[in-house]
Design a binder for this molecule. Structure first.
Ligand code: DX5
Ligand code: ZN
Length: 217
């Protein structure tokens, strides 16, 4: 499968928001990664649905929502009403049974359901959930902030998930988020990743060129 590049809106230059969204529209990016933070699950705050509508309209890209929030009932109630492509929730915020129920609700809206987990969570606990989700999002950094260094054990996690997905004959996609640039991205592609999220790398310098370099990995 061809890799999907999902620039992370967290790193866009907000003083040139419209211009940079127009540039993304012309780039090889297919998805736009949108981080939602509640100041509790992670020590930072970001974006609600008003900004989402605006950037979705201007960029025309498929919106890839990454919910870093504790209150999933509220967040799903708000975000599932929007025109989004994918919605990822975190393993740490609910019981496995509740997560499966949330995945069903997300999928019932024809939105891809994603599951993510923090770097220190035991990855083997994610495996039984894979059949219930369309996508698994591997964090390359501690969630909460852009611009952090890539954790070296991330490609191993991707490889581990890929093996299980293949073994179980699942269509689950693997996405990686945090610390991605052309060299860390290459390691993830070699490990079997399908979707590369990149914030700082994409928006520092030539946006089109940076996205293209990820496409060519
Ligand atoms: C971190 C966010 C990422 C962030 C990645 O919690 O989930 O999406 O924007 O930023 P970079 O690519 O700069 O590490
Ligand atoms: Zn993210």
């Amino acid at each position: 499968m061809k890799k999907i590049i999902a620039p992370s809106i967290l790193a866009i230059d907000y003083s040139q928001l419209s211009e940079q969204l127009d540039t993304l529209k012309k780039s090889a990016a297919q998805w736009l990664h949108y981080d939602v933070m509640d100041g509790h699950f992670v020590p930072n705050y970001t974006f609600g649905v008003d900004l989402l509508r605006g950037i979705s309209k201007r960029s025309g890209l498929k919106m890839d929502i990454h919910l870093m929030v504790d209150n999933l009932d509220l967040a799903l109630d708000i975000f599932l009403k929007e025109n989004i492509h994918c919605l990822t929730i975190h393993y740490e915020v609910a019981s496995p049974q509740q997560l499966i129920e949330y995945a069903k609700v997300i999928r019932s809206k024809n939105i891809l359901a994603g599951i993510s987990f923090k770097p220190h969570t035991d990855i083997s606990e994610i495996i039984p959930l894979l059949p219930h989700f369309d996508l698994v999002l591997v964090m390359g950094v501690e969630p909460g902030f852009g611009g952090q260094p890539f954790m070296a054990n991330t490609p191993q996690k991707i490889q581990f998930l890929k093996q299980h997905i293949t073994q179980l004959q699942l269509p689950t996609l693997i996405e990686v988020d945090g610390g991605i640039n052309a060299s860390t991205g290459k390691l993830c592609v070699e490990a079997g990743v399908d979707i590369l999220v990149a914030g700082s790398f994409v928006f520092k310098g030539d946006i089109i060129q940076n996205i293209q370099s990820l496409c060519e990995l």
